[in-house]
Design a protein around this ligand. Structure first.
Ligand code: PAF
Length: 283
């Protein structure tokens, strides 16, 4: 595996790469990232993974400084996974003017769900991902469904800005007890780790109620919220939305997604589950 640090070298390599799939990451890799790499390998001749901890998507008081930097073990995992190039730019390389004048501004969805609790986060994500797309110039880019809102923002950006890139969503990797794999799980104490799967259990039980025909979204959201708070979580949101568009869901909607963000101790966990309901045959 080649490690490339400069934009010029990355662009030069890309010219002879053929069909190229790309997996952007912030490092601290786990099995969920490796599933993205496997999906990328199935789609293209060559695979590039980037590692860049993107300061501008972290808010004040968030974990930018504490974010785990695990370069050596990340490299080893990527090598074993058969990645062709690791793009590993410095901050100076990617943001030479420190505060750049132009940013990619997502529409209103950037202020909803996670965006309501992390102002500027999705602008930071859209900006760095479009920079990375311009540098790596992939044909395909793989993103995990765990960051459902991020996936939505990237898909909308690629469509609206006519980027010639196929965005491939990859299912969320889970531990045996259902907890979604995340770099932030490493912040959980042993006690918190055993409590954490409660979040996914709520998603499953809300999905089951929706599949059984429940239309009272508010009641389902409130019940999950209350149980999590009683178990010691601080809930940011529990929401049932239209899948894909993330618009407010109305009764009778067929394609839904349930999204939860909640804090366990100092760790903020997010997860979601898609629900495909069969169209009602009633007139
Ligand atoms: O999902 C992530 O790891 C990051 O948000 C991304 C897409 C690499 C942008 O920094």
């Amino acid at each position: 595996m080649q490690i490339i640090r400069s934009i010029a070298e990355m662009r030069a390599w890309r010219c002879s790469a053929g069909k190229l799939a790309f997996v952007p990451t912030m490092g601290n890799l786990h099995a969920g990232h490796l599933a993205l790499v496997q999906a990328a390998k199935q789609q293209a001749d060559k695979v590039v993974v980037s590692i860049f901890v993107n300061r501008i998507q972290f808010g004040q008081g968030e974990d930018f400084d504490a974010y785990p930097r695990t370069f050596e073990t990340d490299c080893e995992q990527l090598r074993v996974a058969g990645v062709d190039v690791l793009f590993f730019p410095s901050e100076q390389e990617l943001y030479p003017r420190v505060k750049q004048a132009f940013n990619v501004e997502p529409p209103h969805i950037q202020n909803e769900l996670c965006g309501a609790f992390r102002p500027g986060h999705f602008r930071g994500v859209a900006t760095v991902v479009s920079k990375l797309f311009n540098i790596v110039q992939p044909d395909i880019a793989c993103f995990g469904k765990k960051d459902y809102q991020q996936l939505h923002v990237i898909k909308a950006m690629v469509a609206d800005l006519n980027m010639p890139i196929d965005v491939v969503p990859v299912d969320t990797g889970r531990a045996a007890d259902g907890l979604a794999l995340s770099s932030r799980n490493g912040y959980l104490s042993a006690e918190e780790r055993s409590e954490a799967p409660r979040l996914y259990r709520h998603l499953q039980s809300m999905r089951d109620s929706l599949l059984a025909g429940s239309q009272d979204y508010v009641a389902l959201e409130r019940a999950a919220w209350q149980d999590l708070e009683q178990a010691g979580w601080r809930v940011d949101y529990v929401e049932i939305r239209q899948a894909d568009t993330l618009a407010i869901a109305h009764a009778g909607e067929e394609r839904l997604v349930v999204l939860i963000a909640a804090r366990l101790g100092r760790t903020r966990l997010i997860d979601n589950i898609e629900v495909q309901r069969v169209a009602s045959s009633a007139a």
